[in-house]
Every structure is written in C-alpha cells, then in structure tokens.
Design a protein around this ligand. Structure first.
Ligand code: F6P
Length: 357
C-alpha cells in the first residue's frame, strides 16, 4: 500500500477530525503511506474532489467539531442522480476513480456510508470502515461509536438546565433528542440528567402510563417533571398521534414533531403547563469530549493498522479495551437498538423512571 484515501460520509459527529488526524499521523509515521482525502463524501469521489492530507493539514484539528473533509448524506454511487429524478448505478466509475487515486479507502461513516462500503468491497475494492454516529446505533457489537458521548453529555447538560427552570415554574418540560431508530441518547442522557420519563423508539408508550407517573410525582409533592423523548419514539398506536399535529409534513419525526406533540398532549391531559425544548443539531456540533477524542484517535490508528495489514472488508470496533474488527457485512445488516431487556434499562426502572409502557 502506497497511498490510502479517506472520506467522511453521512451526518457529522464530533470526533471526525480526530479520526482523520490519527489516520494521517499513523500512515505517515508508522507506515510511510501517503494519504489523500475525498471531499464531501461519495459526491467528492464521483466529482474527483481530491485533497492531499499531510501532517500540516491535520494540525490543530483534534478538538474541532465537524469534518475538515466535508460530508453529504445524499450521494450513493449505486443509485447516483444523473438528472432530475433519474438515477444510475455508477459504482464501476466510482471504483475506477478510487483506484486511480489510492490503493485503499477508509470510510468514516454511519450505516448508509458503510453499507455502500460493503457493496464496493463486494466488487473488489479495498475498504476499511470506521463507525461514526452520535446515535450509537451501528451494529458493532459492544463497541461505542464516537460522537455519542459528546451528544449525550450535551443532552445531559440541557436536562440539568431545564431542571431548575421546570422546578421554579412547576412545569412539565419535554426535551426532544436525536435518535430516529434507536434511543441510546435519550436513555443515557435521561438517566444521567435525572429525567422522570424517557420515551424511546424501542418501547411504544401510552399517555395513560405517563400520566400515572406524573400523578405519582404530584402525590409526592413534586410539582415539576422532566420528560426526554427520542425523535423516533412512538405511541402504542404507532405514529398516528404524531401525524395529527404535523400532518402537513411527509416525514413528521424528522421535523422534530414528537416533542411538541407530547408536550401538547400532556398539557391537555393534565392541565399542567408544559414546555418543549428540541435540541436538534446542537447535539452534533461542537468539540468532542475527551472520551470521544480518545475513541476517535484509537479508531483512526486501528483503521490505518488494518489497511497496512491488508485486512479489508472490516470495520474497526472497540470491545472492552481491545480493538476488534467486525466484518462490513455485519455492520451493513442493520442497526443496534437499545436492549430493552438489558441491565441499563432495568436499572432505570428500579429507580422509578417511567418508559410509558
Ligand atoms: O444519524 C444521526 C442523526 O442525528 C439522527 O438521529 C437524525 O435523525 C439525523 O441524523 C438528522 O440528520 P440531518 O442532519 O440530515 O437532518
């Protein structure tokens, strides 16, 4: 291997720059391998947006959020838009371009980009994946994805701040956090931030059960409550309730509708004043926590080690304290949901947190 290419794909996550930095340093110092970056994910591959990456380019980027390479979450070479509503399989062209510039490609991405990576690897391209998402929902065994720690630390801080204002005004405050398909951010921040009710995509909720919890608190003379809701949370009846309120939108959850819906419904049902805060992309921006900087650095080093060893078709992951590559095929199979029979959930229930189930 003489030259390796790197790209960042999908939604950004704090720690992307730390991974890029670690790849470049390891490639140059440890293996004498040159690194180039494709800008803006797979779009940049198709458009040959190539940029050299030396130690100079990665200097000072460790604590910076976002990605110096840029990213998009639309362009897929297997389903590439070539005109208005016209898509073609341009994967062969994509492979030719990558081969023209490098001997291997490291994809730092989530389920979308890593699934594309899997398909490219099936066609013979040398691919190593690096798992990224603030949602922590990639199928990488026990491993965490970088960006998650930063995201839920921010959501926890938000809960701490909402606590005092909810208490002062005797209100219910609903905090909506990201997590379209999995509720890891909601569960972790909810426990860390002392939420009373946590609503997850994995556990359909009923308003009756939430009300029971709110009544229990009132009976204890607790005149405020905090509810954390993941954007993909659903009632037992499905998404119907969400659509009642934001029926104009074809994709209501994406618009951050669920927090608003829950707050309105709880105010109607209890007569208690409710407010909602939608954290949105604040969870994705900003500087990575020390934990994420270390995880991202380890993943970057490990990704470059795999490239140097010729172990392609795999994704780096950390199980306990050891780095264990996982086949791209496994990661491409699907996402990792919150384990509803797991210890963390049981622990939350034992201290009285309600999941509305
Ligand atoms: O995949 C991470 C994620 O944060 C999801 O939880 C959320 O639904 C989505 O990204 C939002 O993406 P976009 O930036 O495209 O609105």
């Amino acid at each position: 291997i003489k030259r390796v290419a790197v790209l960042t794909g999908g939604g950004d996550a704090p720690g992307l720059n730390a991974v890029i930095r670690a790849i470049v340093k390891t490639a140059i110092r440890e293996y004498g391998v040159e690194v180039i970056g494709f800008r803006d994910g797979f779009k940049g591959v198709m458009e040959k947006l190539v940029t050299p990456l030396s130690e100079r380019e990665v200097s000072g980027i460790l604590p910076r959020g976002g990605t110096i390479l840029g990213t998009t979450n639309r362009d897929n070479p297997f389903h590439f838009q070539v005109g208005e509503g016209v898509y073609e399989d341009r994967s062969d062209q994509c492979i030719d371009i990558i081969n023209q510039y490098a001997d291997a490609l490291i994809i730092i991405g989530g389920d979308g980009s890593l699934s594309i990576g899997f398909e490219l690897a099936q066609k013979g391209l040398n691919i190593v994946g690096c798992p990224k998402t603030i949602d922590n929902d990639l199928a990488v065994g026990e491993a965490k994805t970088f960006g998650f720690d930063t995201a839920y630390a921010f959501a926890t801080e938000a809960l701490d701040r909402l606590h005092s204002t909810a208490e002062s005004h005797h209100r219910i405050i609903v905090l909506e956090v990201m997590g379209r398909y999995a509720g890891h951010i909601a569960l972790h921040s909810g426990i860390a931030g002392g939420a009373d009710i946590i609503l997850l995509p994995e556990i359909p909720f009923s308003y009756d059960n939430i009300i029971k919890k709110l009544e229990e608190r009132q009976n204890q003379n607790k005149r405020f409550s905090l509810v954390v809701v993941a954007e993909g949370a659903k009632t037992r009846e499905g998404e119907l309730v969400v659509q009642n309120y934001v029926s104009q939108s074809p994709d209501p959850i994406r618009l951050g509708g669920i927090g608003e819906v829950v707050a309105k419904e709880l105010e109607r049902l209890t007569g208690i004043e409710c407010r909602v805060t939608v954290l949105g992309h604040l969870q994705r921006g900003g500087s990575p926590t020390p934990h994420d900087r270390i995880l991202a650095t380890r993943y970057g080093v490990a990704a470059m080690d795999l490239v140097a060893q010729g172990k392609f078709g795999s994704v780096v992951a950390l199980a306990g304290d050891s780095l264990k590559p996982i086949p791209l095929a496994e990661v491409a199979k699907g996402i990792r949901k919150v384990n509803t029979a797991g210890d963390l959930l049981k622990c939350a229930k034992k201290i009285g947190i309600s999941f509305g189930d």
